[in-house]
Ligand binder design. Structure first.
Ligand code: CO
Length: 247
């Protein structure tokens, strides 16, 4: 766990966040039917390098790309490909990590391609709400599970299921640090949050079963029932009264 104890540390994290925040609207402009996820990957890698930063995922445990691009039933870790062409009605999760000045930022958004189904739209809205309500629990003195339980409750209230196989995480001078931040669990358990602690909170919510399997490429995680999945993630800094969202 990295504790951001000086204004300098916080500024470096904010710089990572600024770069990621610039990426999403630029990616969104390119997202339309006919564009491949490899096109998006190249564009986003260029933006990151333009900013004097490095893609944090590339080479991480052998991951081959800058972004994860997860279409429809792909939950997370979709590998960008020239053969994955977006089509009208798709939803696509774009997950991006950057490293600059020794610090990391990590965030994801789920975008839409043209006109999508009502259920897809509701899934995206609910997943976004899971993230924002989860973040509202990231206050010093609360426990990790206050975030987790809030996410689980919102997903289930809407008749959706939260993915349990993958979790959010601490972040700072490494992409993944303790503690794990699950998207489910009983309130009042797990580590107590500290002011200045950076977390990547990342609900992955499915319209059907929460169960996933990983394809033979070793990365791509899909829902076992082929139903839709959405993913939103922000890097935040735990505050005394509220969290600071940096991405
Ligand atoms: Co993450």
């Amino acid at each position: 766990m990295t504790l951001l104890t000086s204004e300098g540390d916080v500024r470096k994290m904010r710089e990572c966040g600024r770069i990621i925040r610039e990426i999403f609207p630029r990616a969104e402009k390119r997202i339309r039917a006919g564009v491949s996820t490899a096109d998006l990957d190249r564009e986003i890698e260029d933006i990151i390098r333009e900013q004097g930063a490095e893609p944090a995922f590339k080479g991480y445990k052998g991951y081959p790309a800058t972004i994860c691009a997860s279409v429809n039933e792909v939950v997370v870790h979709g590998i960008p490909s020239d053969d994955t062409i977006l089509a009208e009605g798709d939803i696509v999760g774009i997950d991006v990590g950057v490293k600059k000045n020794g610090y990391f930022g990590d965030a994801a958004r789920t975008f839409t391609v043209g006109k999508i189904s009502e259920e897809a739209a509701r899934l995206i809205e609910v997943t976004r709400e899971c993230l924002s309500e989860g973040i509202s629990q990231a206050i010093a003195g609360n426990r990790v599970s206050d975030i987790s339980n809030t996410i689980q409750r919102i997903a289930q209230r809407e008749g959706f299921e939260e993915v349990r196989t993958f979790v959010g995480h601490g972040i700072g001078t490494h992409l993944h640090e303790p503690p794990e931040v699950p998207n489910w669990g009983a309130r009042g358990t797990g580590p107590v949050l500290k002011e200045g602690q950076a977390l990547a909170i990342e609900p992955m919510i499915n319209t059907g079963t929460r169960n996933i399997r990983v394809l033979s490429d070793g990365w791509t995680a899909v829902t076992t029932d082929g139903k839709l999945s959405a993913h939103f993630e922000d890097t935040i800094i735990v505050g005394r009264r509220k969290a600071e969202i940096i991405t």
